[in-house]
Write a protein that binds this ligand. Structure first.
Ligand code: PEP
Length: 249
């Protein structure tokens, strides 16, 4: 089954987010049987959007969680709070968190631990910048980013990896099929070598109705993480429909 995950980032105000979640559910009742749809929403929207999607096939994720479980950490939202509010997933290490909030492996390792303890399924985002790609550092960078995955949970398939080249996010410039296949195989091979298990790997970076068929058709792509195109039904639905079409066969 191919997955379609939506990253709404800091975009939809609450009334719009709730209306959109309802519309998405109505439009994908058939498709949701053949693809896994998850919407990653702001912390304040986890509870109301989960309420709308309760008893449906659509699931909710958080866009981040704290490295702390509880205590005097003003402004933080813990993984357990996300879970209690209705989230089943959490994005970790999105390139925007790395870039604007300086998140690095030491911090992400702790967030990963808290997320797994809370029963959330983490989606670890990895990917290189254009400079790193030009310098031939793609594999080195990704291997380092993957190093936070806990060895003892590898067999459980309790987390997912999303390959999101930084230069492809929000730029309209998706990675080529060859580039995606090369990195996905690298990630799968590296993890299989250590654990004997092949992980789920999603692609993210300017996925759109125009390129969704070619990207979703790739064997090494287990699904897509969609930012900009996930904000409107008009552009998100064709991506969901294509994933569902592949899931039927
Ligand atoms: C993202 O932010 O995870 C993403 C993939 O964004 P976009 O689809 O807009 O490139």
């Amino acid at each position: 089954m191919k997955r379609v995950y939506a990253n709404w980032k800091l975009n939809l105000p609450l009334p719009e987010a709730v209306e959109y979640a309802k519309a998405l559910f109505n439009a994908t009742q058939e498709e949701a049987r053949y693809t896994e749809i998850v919407v990653f929403v702001s912390h304040s929207q986890i509870f109301p959007v989960s309420a709308v999607l309760q008893n449906t096939f659509l699931q909710v994720g958080a866009q981040d969680c704290s490295q702390f479980d509880k205590g005097a950490y003003t402004g933080e939202v813990s993984a357990r709070m996300c879970s209690a509010a209705g989230a089943a997933f959490v994005l970790l290490g999105h390139s925007e968190r790395r870039r604007f909030f300086g998140e690095k492996e030491d911090l992400l390792r702790l967030k990963m631990e808290r997320a797994l303890e809370a029963g959330l399924q983490p989606v670890l985002c990895v990917g290189e910048t254009l400079e790193e790609r030009k310098a031939g550092l793609v594999e080195t960078i990704i291997q380092n980013q993957l190093s936070i995955l806990p060895q003892n949970s590898i067999g459980a398939r309790s987390w997912i990896v999303a390959y999101e080249p930084v230069w492809a996010i929000g730029t309209g410039m998706n990675a080529s099929e060859e580039q995606i296949e090369a990195v996905h195989h690298f990630i799968k091979d590296r993890i299989a070598q250590v654990s004997g298990n092949t992980p789920i790997v999603l692609y993210g970076g300017s996925v759109s109705p125009e390129n969704r068929t070619a990207i979703l058709a790739l064997d090494s792509v287990d699904g897509v993480l969609v930012g900009g195109a996930s904000l409107q039904l008009e552009t998100f639905l064709p991506i969901v429909q294509e994933a569902a079409r592949l899931g039927k066969h």
